[in-house]
Design a binder for this molecule. Structure first.
Ligand code: CP
Ligand code: NVA
Length: 335
């Protein structure tokens, strides 16, 4: 059955109204409950989707694969090295080919423009699985996790700590003001989001009676917050050589127990993952050897604390991605 979501791409949350995001969250809750109850959700048998990854992934890829299979879809995965796209074939031509074969396309890569071109040229729904600018499917999982924990979204105080102009921070700023959370970006001024997005989000915040704040003071930024969120200090696609500068810039914004103690008594910690909270990764170990750090954007203690809901958040990637696929393919029973 067709709905306002049918045939529509999911490229950034700015394209969706507060009410539409609410509907996707409610649909996610329903699909999650149905899956837990063992309901057969295969309503798209005979349809197929393709997952196009120009950057690596664990959560996003697996969430699309599991969600797709749960919904009865055939799923093709193209890894960062194995399609012709961009190298021997333009984005537009690739989109036209994939649009003939598939009912939906997921894309993770670099330019936001690429995912937009795929959507324009393919004629099928395209889902943004992360670009340099935005990570919208992550946002639905974050909002769902917050709502499951606090029983609401509106009026909560949310702080993003660290590299405030990366894809996750920019997306969170949009997600929070769209859904009525007070959003603080806390990080060094040179890593604040671009003024254009700040202006757009300030306007949305006004309409939704919430506040948008930027600060470079980690003490002020963390005080009284309900949710403290951080992300890695160097994102995919950025040059390795910036680690030294980033560590210097972002060390004061590490989420540790001292910082969590300044947040509200019932504060939670979120992180999109993957996270460098110990030395158990090759990158973590290399950073330790070069700079002596044993943990980076979040301390191991906070990461493993009861306030940390990062694995609920990771699971919710799948349920929310399922909702996006379900809605844009015109789910079995949507009004
Ligand atoms: N959070 C997230 O997008 O994780 P992956 O990079 O593993 O997909
Ligand atoms: N900002 C991070 C998010 C990873 C999910 C990156 O782009 O690498």
């Amino acid at each position: 059955m067709a709905s306002v979501f049918t045939g529509r791409s999911f490229l950034k949350l700015l394209d969706y109204s507060t009410e539409e995001i609410r509907e996707l969250l409610d649909l996610s809750k329903r699909l999650k409950a149905e899956k837990k109850a063992g309901k057969d959700q295969r309503c798209f048998v005979g349809k197929n989707i393709v997952l196009l990854f120009e950057k690596t992934s664990t959560r996003t890829r697996c969430s699309f694969e599991v969600a797709g299979r749960d919904l009865g879809l055939g799923v093709t995965y193209l890894d960062p090295g194995s399609s012709q796209m961009g190298k021997k074939e333009s984005i537009e031509d690739t989109a036209k080919v994939l649009g003939r074969l598939y009912d939906g396309i997921e894309y993770r890569g670099y330019a936001q423009k690429t995912v937009e071109t795929l959507a324009e040229a393919s004629g099928v729904p395209v889902w943004n699985g992360l670009t340099d600018d935005f990570h919208p499917t992550q946002m639905l999982a974050d909002l769902l996790t917050i709502e499951e924990h606090f029983g609401k979204l509106e009026g909560l105080n949310f702080c993003f700590m660290g590299d405030c102009r990366n894809n996750v921070a920019r997306s969170l700023m949009v997600a929070c003001v769209k859904m009525g959370l007070n959003f603080s970006a806390c990080g060094p001024r040179e890593l604040w989001p671009d003024q254009e997005l700040i202006d757009v989000c300030t306007e949305i915040a006004k309409q939704n009676s919430c506040k948008l704040k930027l600060t470079d003071d980690p003490v002020e930024g963390s005080r009284g917050q309900d949710i403290i969120y951080t992300d890695i200090w160097v994102s995919m696609g950025e040059d390795e050589s910036i680690w030294a500068d980033r560590i210097k810039q972002l060390k004061p914004y590490q989420v540790n127990s001292e910082m969590m103690a300044r947040a509200s008594d019932s504060a939670i910690f979120l992180h999109c993952l993957p996270s460098f909270h110990d030395r158990l990764t090759t990158v973590g170990e290399a950073i330790h050897e070069r700079f002596g750090l044993t943990e980076m954007e979040v301390s191991d203690e906070v990461f493993r604390s009861p306030a940390s809901l990062v694995f609920d958040e990771a699971e919710n990637r799948m349920h929310t991605i399922k909702a996006v696929i379900y809605a844009s393919l015109g789910g079995c029973d949507l009004a």
